[in-house]
Ligand binder design. Structure first.
Ligand code: BGP
Length: 478
């Protein structure tokens, strides 16, 4: 077996626009739904808003220089739709698109391949006001307007495109990842309707990349957690099959087969949750083929059988406190499956199971299932980091997490899985989607707190130096 990763393997890291950029309502940008959601989180939980985030908008050159110093050959980031088209459609914000031209030029000048995500939870607020955002079919047409403009603009500079970030997570955590107007609160069918509209948008983006970008490659960046059965009781194993179908294959079958997973769709139909599918939708979805699948892998999940005793469906809870065990509940689909804690795995402070073998398992399974190349667009360890008095961050727990996950990835490669890139979360510290800035992920510490943005000074963590060595040896030192 080769000791190193394959030649040409892309090494980098990820961020997303609203979590890192700042300048949320300046320089011609108008709010996105995330700017609104985060303002609410600030009021409710004291988490930082997206107004300044990590101030990447003003630090991008420094950030790219840090990436270069680590030896990055790729960087995955998202474009904020509301920076390019502040009203969703209509007039382009010249200053906004110029920011991305400058960023992409800076990356290319430093030999870093841009991996662009078209949409990362941040729908222009104007479209929420206009027609309730993703709930309306109109959004698909407006997404096409935006995507076509951006893909055309960067068709000669960007080869790798990813479409809609984590549709699976949007369905699970609908209120956090998508603004839901009052009148739709508690209506679970819209989770799947929004997802259907996103499937159409994804297919359109795939077609556009294939039409417009010479040699362009496109795929979805999917939040993916393989599901294990709690025991070898046959019912638990069946529950696992059901959970895999509804939580995972329901997305991947769309991307690679252009169809909804049967058992999941039957379950949704039986419960009045199935999306309305119009004539021509499935044909369009079939035409929008993916070249690869990008995985955001943090954890595996576990489930058990659950009898239907009329208790009703519930979706995943969340841990807001960062104290182990504070997770507010498990997804339950009576008569189908119920998620539960895996007693075999340790977790982060936010109750995310730590499971490198799960990454190996997911990559093996997905490659056997679809035979398409895979990449990591997110993988990381959210933790409270401490800045020591002499200006250091000793994040050995994060180094340990990534070492084990990279070893697992290598084992999958050694078994024949085609893997294009490792872009963990995150290049620099940024605003967490659910826990403010105190939950950190980066190779680079951004000196700010939830209440005080300070100067957002960049400080290299121990993991920065560790990753530099990993890249230098093409993974050979792992
Ligand atoms: C993924 C998202 C990212 C990121 C990450 C960590 O689901 O794509 O945007 O934030 O999870 O999650 P969190 O920020 O909630 O810790």
């Amino acid at each position: 077996m080769a000791k190193t990763f394959p030649e040409g393997f892309l090494w980098g890291a990820s961020t997303s626009a609203y979590q890192v950029e700042g300048a949320a309502t300046t320089h011609g940008k108008k709010p996105s739904q995330q700017d609104v959601i985060n303002k609410d989180n600030y009021q409710k939980y004291g988490f930082a808003t997206a107004e300044i985030a990590s101030d990447h908008y003003h630090h991008y050159k420094e950030d790219v220089a840090l990436m270069k110093e680590m030896g990055f050959t790729a960087y995955r980031f998202s474009i904020a739709w509301s920076r390019v088209f502040p009203d969703g459609v209509g007039e382009v914000n010249e200053e906004g698109i110029q920011f991305y031209r400058d960023l992409i030029k800076e990356l290319k000048d430093n030999g870093i391949e841009p991996i662009v995500t078209l949409y990362h939870y941040d729908l222009p607020w104007a479209l929420v006001e206009k027609y309730d955002g993703w709930i309306s079919r109109q959004v698909v047409e407006d997404f096409k307007y935006y995507a076509e403009y951006v893909i055309n603009e960067f068709k000669n500079d960007v080869r790798y495109w990813t479409t809609i970030n984590e549709q699976s997570i949007i369905v699970q955590y609908i209120d956090q990842k998508n603004f839901i107007p009052e009148k739709y609160q508690g209506n679970d069918q819209i989770r799947y309707q929004i997802n259907h509209h996103m499937n159409l948008a994804h297919a359109i983006a795939c077609k556009l990349v294939h039409e417009l970008v010479p040699g362009g490659l496109v795929g979805a960046p999917l939040g993916y957690a393989p599901v294990y059965p709690l025991t070898s009781q046959p019912k638990d194993v069946l529950a696992m099959l059901n959970a895999e179908d509804l939580r995972n294959h329901y997305y991947t079958d769309i991307y690679f087969k252009g169809e909804y997973t049967k058992s999941a769709m039957i379950y949704l139909e039986e419960h009045g949750l199935a999306p309305v599918i119009e004539e021509g939708d499935m044909e369009l979805i079939k035409e929008g083929t993916s070249d690869f699948l990008a995985l955001n892998y943090y954890a595996s999940e576990c489930c058990k059988w659950c009898e239907d005793e009329g208790q009703g469906i519930r979706y995943n809870g969340v841990n807001r406190s960062g104290k182990k065990g504070d997770l507010s509940g498990f997804e339950t689909h009576p008569g189908f499956y119920q998620m539960c804690k895996n007693p075999n795995l340790d977790t982060t402070d936010w109750d995310w199971a730590i499971d490198p073998t799960g990454l190996e398992y997911a990559f093996r399974d997905l490659y056997t299932r679809y035979g398409k190349p895979l990449m990591i667009t997110e993988n990381g360890f959210g933790a409270y980091d401490t800045l020591t008095e002499d200006g250091k961050v000793h994040d050995d727990y994060r180094i340990d997490y990534w070492t084990k996950h990279l070893q697992a990835l290598k084992r999958a490669i050694d078994k024949g899985v085609e893997v294009l890139a490792f872009c963990p979360w995150s290049a620099v510290d940024l605003l967490s989607t659910s826990n403010g800035v105190k939950k950190r992920y980066g190779f680079v510490y951004v000196d700010r707190t939830d209440d005080d943005p300070k100067e957002c000074k960049r400080i290299k963590k121990d993991s920065f130096y560790w990753y530099k060595d990993v890249i230098e040896s093409n993974g050979g030192n792992l």
